[in-house]
Design a protein around this ligand. Structure first.
Ligand SMILES: Cc1cn([C@H]2C[C@H](O)[C@@H](COP(=O)(O)OP(=O)(O)O[C@H]3O[C@H](C)C(=O)[C@H](O)[C@H]3O)O2)c(=O)[nH]c1=O
Length: 187
């Protein structure tokens, strides 16, 4: 398993080993000991699995408000996504900046997104399946989001606004500057 830091402190790029043989492959997709060596102690309580049929489907930019903020460990078991994490920790030297990495069934990479970050992805092909662990349960009352195409964040999504497939919730989400952030940087 390879675990790499990214230009923003917090998120991690993880690549488990895949052992191939004549039948296919085996992979220890998650190991708490290796993960916590790099990310510190976490407790995952829920696994999520979403499927998106169309290329250019965008889910995000989402987070859960405190005290139900979620850390997320994302991986792709079918297809490919551009996965994005945006730093919204007030006081962070990288506040408002983002990392964008390609996760795919082919590259077998995972992204760790700690609390204090917005998360979202865009599918790069049809028929994508994303599986991710989260560190708190879903709470509809704490579910929140920021507009995927917020110009202050400036994600270079690989799809135009006209062609992006979005939920109504995501299409009408507020801009970051309209809502501010409740998260504080503890560098
Ligand atoms: C997130 C979630 C949703 N739901 C229900 C609520 C809706 O009835 C339905 C679809 O929810 P939503 O449209 O919020 O799903 P996504 O757009 O994929 O949201 C996710 O997208 C980005 C990638 C994220 O990082 C979050 O995990 C999450 O916000 O599933 C649940 O029952 N449990 C859950 O944990």
């Amino acid at each position: 398993m390879k675990i790499e830091t990214l230009p923003i402190e917090g998120p991690l790029l993880i690549e488990p080993t895949r052992i191939g043989d004549a039948r296919g492959f085996f992979s220890e997709a998650f190991r708490a000991d290796r993960f916590e060596e790099a990310a510190g102690p976490v407790r995952f309580v829920q696994d999520n699995h979403s499927a998106s049929a169309a290329r250019g489907t965008i889910r995000g930019l989402h987070y859960q408000k405190e005290p139900r903020a979620q850390g997320k460990l994302i991986r792709v078991t079918k297809g490919a996504i551009l996965d994005v994490a945006v730093d919204i920790r007030v006081g962070s030297p990288t506040y408002g900046r983002h990392v964008a990495v390609e996760l795919s069934a082919e590259n077998w990479r995972q992204l760790w997104v700690p609390t204090g970050f917005l998360h979202g992805f865009c599918t790069l092909v049809e028929d994508v399946e994303v599986i991710y662990k989260v560190t708190d349960y879903y709470s509809r009352d704490h579910d929140a989001g920021v507009r995927w195409d917020d110009p202050d964040i400036g994600v270079a999504w690989p799809i135009s606004a006209e062609d992006a497939r979005l939920s109504d919730k995501d299409r009408t989400a507020p801009l970051l500057r309209e809502i501010g952030s409740e998260f504080t940087y503890r560098g």
